[in-house]
Design a protein around this ligand. Structure first.
Ligand code: ADP
Ligand code: ZN
Length: 611
């Protein structure tokens, strides 16, 4: 067995390498540089942690987020690995002690922020010790076009100039081809071995629902699938964040708001609670997320349309980092589209930038309204081809019904036209339905041929208008109180030379409950008293040690215990996520708890009527 595999099994408790981990590790151990693109949750950390253990000296990890260093070091300590960090949250005494440990060769991995890595002080420390490797995490921060740009990242090549013999590994989860090239150039990694992995997150189930009353539908979705899980709910405005958090709390969930308008301490507290306690829902604006490494976020819900596919993918990507099934769920309606377009139009960016934003928003809308496989479209957006539909998204599982909407669309467009393109969507729908409101009578619109035409109801008209707007036939003129206006693309529809097929409106009552079979499987295991008992025990351990529960053991590991019910230490050692150190620390208790509950379960199974 290779030394790397031995460490993976004995220290980390995992049976096999994933993806290209082995090749990446081999490259570094052999002294080569590596450039790694792997999706979130793919397992990037092991790619430098294991070589740092194998190679002589200390592995230096450049990480942009001070807040995460503690977690990473704690998690390594759980596996009996000596790691430390140097950052501004420490006292000078603590920093001194860490430096001494590094100099004495007692530390295998040292985490620092890029700003510190380049100080004379730190460079001097490096000069006095053996360096196993440099790992540059979140390497896309080097790109000045990206949204996470950190100027100090561009200076990191100095490390290489100073210590040319030390192998380097740059890692990221979010880089297109151009950004990869930039990383290579900026960090002088031209000779590095490239390991580019698919962007796909196969364990995430994508579902996008249309129509009004998104909050209520989200509640049903959470109830059905995530009664005891942690999740993130994204809203566009601070006000909606506050309201939604309160609304969920009123219904008995532990839900906390997070947005840039909250006091810094409050935000930090809410984030900590989310990380350290079980089953917390954080309701947030996009201010929340960067660096949230919590592996067991089981759902990410959007109550508004994200601005573009990149944001959507990054935000949904915070679910299921541990590889277990997770849900990405979204609700949006007609008003969302109007609002988003409005925001875009009002932005004071220059024209060219606006065009880019606009284009990205259109891609997002197209993605929402399409009837094909979500994952294929997402990956295609990132230049990747998925040959077959995925089978793990809403459109794959329940292919949307479409209908020939040509006639109805013509009625709708002609009603917009006949009312002079001066009214908003609610007014136009009232005319179509034949709602003889006072204002409509005053305007004489009850006399129009389109008054009370067709047999769609209010919701069906709204669904039709949403799609007409999303597809660009109509737009809501914000300088004119949202009056609907026609685009030139309407012509072929109106003169009958084009047909239009649209998604069928799904009636609320008839809507299939959002159900994810893969989620169900894992919940069955989770649903046992044993799982609850293990979780409780884990909580106690976490509290004693002041670390988040997932640092002690992952959900995945608890699930495996429920499924395999180990009776001996040897059997427990086979469970993924339990290495030698955790076996020694927690093994006896885990076996004891499992035994206690195995008795109860077999009794339950014997009683009839139980399933
Ligand atoms: P990334 O940094 O790529 O987002 P991490 O390095 O945090 O991902 O790894 C995600 C999770 O996958 C972690 O819990 C990690 O322990 C686990 N993991 C990594 N490699 C393996 C493996 N070979 N087998 C099982 N689990 C793994
Ligand atoms: Zn699909």
């Amino acid at each position: 067995m290779s030394q790397a595999l031995d460490i993976l099994r004995s220290r980390f408790g995992y049976p096999q390498f994933r993806f290209q981990q082995q090749q990446i590790i081999d490259a570094l151990v052999a002294g080569r540089d590596a450039l790694v693109l792997m999706p979130t949750g793919g397992g990037k950390s092991l790619c430098y942690q294991i070589p740092a253990l194998i190679r002589d000296g200390v592995g230096i990890v450049i990480s942009p987020l001070i807040a995460l260093m503690q977690d990473q070091v704690d998690a390594l300590a759980q596996n009996g690995i000596h790691a430390a960090f140097l950052n501004s949250t420490q006292s000078s005494q603590q920093q001194f002690n860490t430096r001494q440990q590094v100099l004495a060769g007692d530390i295998d991995l040292l985490y620092v922020a890029p700003e510190r890595a380049l100080t004379a002080d730190f460079l001097q420390l490096l000069g006095e010790c053996r360096i196993a490797l440099f790992a540059i995490d979140e390497a896309h921060c080097v790109s000045q076009w990206g949204h996470d740009f950190r100027p100090d990242y561009q200076k990191l090549k100095q490390l290489h100039e100073r210590f040319p013999g030390v192998p380097r590994i740059a890692l990221t989860a979010t880089a297109d081809r151009r950004t990869l090239g930039e990383i290579e150039a900026q960090l002088q990694l031209q000779g590095a071995a490239r390991f580019v992995h698919s962007f796909d997150r196969p364990n995430i189930f994508y579902r996008i629902t249309q129509g009004d009353n998104g909050r209520q539908r989200m509640w049903e979705f959470i109830q059905e699938n995530h009664g005891q899980d942690a999740g993130i709910v994204y809203c566009l405005s601070r006000k909606k964040v506050e309201e939604t958090a309160k609304w969920l709390s009123d219904r008995g969930r532990h839900a906390l708001p997070y947005h840039a308008g909250l006091d810094k301490d409050v935000r930090a507290r809410h984030q900590r609670i989310f990380l350290q306690q079980e089953a917390v829902i954080i309701v947030a604006t996009i201010a929340f997320g960067m660096g949230i490494d919590k592996p067991d976020v089981r759902f990410v819900a959007h109550l508004n349309l994200p601005k573009n596919i990149e944001s959507y993918y990054q935000e949904t990507g915070r679910g299921g980092r541990d590889g277990d099934p997770a849900n990405a769920w979204m609700a949006y309606g007609l008003q969302d589209i109007i609002n988003l377009r409005q925001m875009m139009a009002q932005s004071d960016a220059d024209e060219q930038f606006k065009r880019v934003l606009h284009h990205k928003m259109e891609a997002m809308l197209g993605f929402c309204e399409q009837s094909g496989c979500r994952r294929q479209t997402l990956l295609e957006y990132f230049d990747e081809i998925l040959p077959e539909p995925c089978g793990n998204c809403d459109n794959c599982v329940e292919p949307p019904q479409t209908w020939d909407a040509t006639e109805a669309a013509r009625m709708a467009l002609s009603c917009v036209f006949r009312t002079g393109q001066r009214f908003g969507v609610n007014y136009v729908i009232d005319v179509l339905i034949g709602n003889a409101r006072e204002r409509i009578i005053q305007n004489g619109h009850d006399q129009l041929s389109t008054f009370g035409i067709g047999d769609l109801d209010n919701n069906e008209w709204r669904s039709l208008f949403r799609q007409l707007i999303a597809l660009g036939y109509l737009f809501a003129d914000i300088d004119n109180y949202g009056a609907l206006k026609m685009n030139s693309s309407c012509k072929p529809l109106l003169n009958g030379s084009q047909k239009l097929h649209l998604r069928q409106f799904v009636k609320q009552g008839k809507a299939k409950k959002p159900r994810n079979d893969k989620i169900k499987v894992s919940l069955q295991a989770a649903d046992t008293p044993l799982f609850d008992a293990l979780r409780l025990h884990r909580s106690e351990l976490a509290q004693q040690q002041a670390v988040p529960p997932y640092v002690i053991l992952h959900d995945k590991t608890l699930h495996a215990i429920c499924e395999l019910r180990p009776e001996t230490t040897a059997q427990l050692a086979e469970i993924p996520g339990i290495g030698a150190r955790k076996l020694e620390l927690y093994g006896d208790d885990l076996i004891r708890i499992t035994q206690q509950h195995s008795v109860t379960t077999s009794q339950q199974e014997e009683s009839p009527g139980n399933h």
